[in-house]
Write a protein that binds this ligand. Structure first.
Ligand code: GUN
Ligand code: FE
Length: 431
């Protein structure tokens, strides 16, 4: 079995009921599937599995933890340099920082340099897949996709649609924007591991004609993703309601234009009522919960309890540059804080296993990619990270004292950052 490779370490993965499975001394065997894609071929305890793979080279990583690569459900590739820009709230932040930064992506050399830095940064933080906004310039999608393709990443992205309420330099033209979107779908969707996402920025920046066109493309290309923002900030909600008075709610605008379906990912979903939540559930759309962004921009708190009560899909996202960090550890910790703000005396105490699931297998499920990425069950693509639980003196102390899996994962969530990520493997290869 020369095409197989194996890794011996502690291994974290998830079962179908969302609980974490932790193999203290595990073996992960990877190799090509029928299409030549590197996938997990076997995983389990080293003691019982090793004998099934005689002659397979095993890399022993004592003291390390192998885990699925993290998935970022919502991030802006052109906003790396926007991180940490203070503003009174979302709308002035967009106007004063975000649009000026995004206008620079008309320059292809700038977009290419940013794409390299952006993907380096994701991988350094253990994020092996993401659903990303580019800018309104089609060439910004080309820059990101070409660089992701070169690295063999499973990456989804789209050209921002915004034909009103934004300045010259980032505003697009309705007919051209839809033609560009279709051309980009044909160029990039299902090219190697890449996927396209139809990307209306948010309802206030799109004319009715642009939203209608986006919805038509979403129907014509059902396995393409859709991504947008909704119900993030109270001022924004009021604005959207004024612009689309015939829609029942802000979220309903997207439904009215055919943009609510499986593989539609809406960032934030904070200022919702139960009818909105029921619409998320019945359409199969999913929320990209972006807690560091929501705390930084003062947008509000995602209601985890209500989401679970109604039962719609969600996962975690950085929302860089509204978000303050590329680190999934920082995002999981912020999600924990936000859960604490929920209903009841001290809110909900989200378990570390559930937080981690939301950033891996749960995010994959939200994308319609369960069993493909975000987990290390047999058949999953071999995107995984190697974690060093002793990456800092304090982490070494804390993780050495952990007596349960929850204690170990919580130590990493609370104290971890990019120093914990020893390396990331993309389709089996160390990057
Ligand atoms: N709403 C519309 N555009 C944006 C954006 O770039 N970031 C965030 N956080 N919200 C938005
Ligand atoms: Fe965003």
């Amino acid at each position: 079995m020369p095409a197989l490779r194996a890794y011996r370490a502690s291994i974290l993965r998830f079962s179908d009921d969302r609980s974490a499975v932790f193999e203290e001394d595990g073996l992960l065997v990877i190799g090509p599937d029928a299409h030549g894609q590197q996938v997990v071929r076997a995983v389990g305890p080293y003691a019982s599995l090793a004998a099934n793979f005689p002659g397979v080279a095993v890399e022993h990583l004592p003291g390390s933890i192998i885990a699925p690569g993290f998935i970022d459900l919502h991030i802006h590739f052109p906003q790396t340099d926007v991180i940490g820009s203070p503003a009174a709230g979302l709308l002035p932040w967009l106007e004063n920082y975000t649009f000026p930064h995004e206008s620079r992506f008309a320059d292809e050399a700038h977009a290419q340099e940013q794409a390299i830095f952006f993907l380096d940064e994701l991988l350094r933080h253990g994020v092996t897949s993401a659903l990303a906004f580019a800018t309104s310039h089609p060439s910004s999608v080309d820059a990101l996709m070409a660089e992701a393709q070169r690295r063999g990443l499973r990456m989804m992205a789209g050209k921002v649609l915004q034909d009103r309420h934004c300045p010259d330099g980032v505003r697009d033209e309705t007919g051209q924007s839809l033609a560009d979107t279709e051309a980009l779908i044909r160029r990039w969707h299902n090219t190697d591991r890449l996927g396209y996402a139809i990307t209306p920025r948010f309802a206030p920046s799109c004319s009715e004609a642009q939203l209608r066109g986006a919805g038509e493309l979403a129907a014509q290309y059902p396995d393409v993703w859709v991504q947008s923002h909704v119900a993030e900030n109270l001022e924004e909600v009021e604005w959207a309601r004024k612009l689309f008075p015939r829609s029942r709610s802000y979220l309903a605008i997207y439904d009215d234009f055919g943009l609510m379906r499986e593989r539609a990912i809406y960032a934030h979903c904070i200022h919702f009522d139960d009818d909105d939540r029921a619409m998320m559930r019945s359409t199969g759309a999913a929320a990209a919960v972006s807690p560091t962004s929501n705390l930084f921009l003062g947008s509000g708190f995602f209601d985890f309890e209500a989401a679970d009560r109604v039962g719609f899909k969600y996962g975690l996202a950085s929302d860089v540059g509204g978000g303050t960090s590329f680190s999934p550890f920082h995002t999981m910790l912020a999600a924990y804080y936000v859960g604490r703000e929920g209903r009841g005396k001290s809110g909900v105490s989200l378990s570390p296993q559930h937080l981690w699931w939301q950033h891996t297998a749960g995010a994959a499920q939200a994308l319609g990619l369960d069993g493909v990425i975000g987990n290390l069950q047999p058949g999953c693509e071999a995107d995984f990270i190697v974690l060093d639980p002793k990456a800092t003196p304090l982490l070494a102390r804390k993780t050495a004292q952990a007596t349960t899996l929850d204690e170990l994962l919580f130590s990493l969530i609370v104290l971890g950052d990019d120093r914990v990520i020893a390396r990331a493997h993309i389709a089996g290869c160390a990057s």
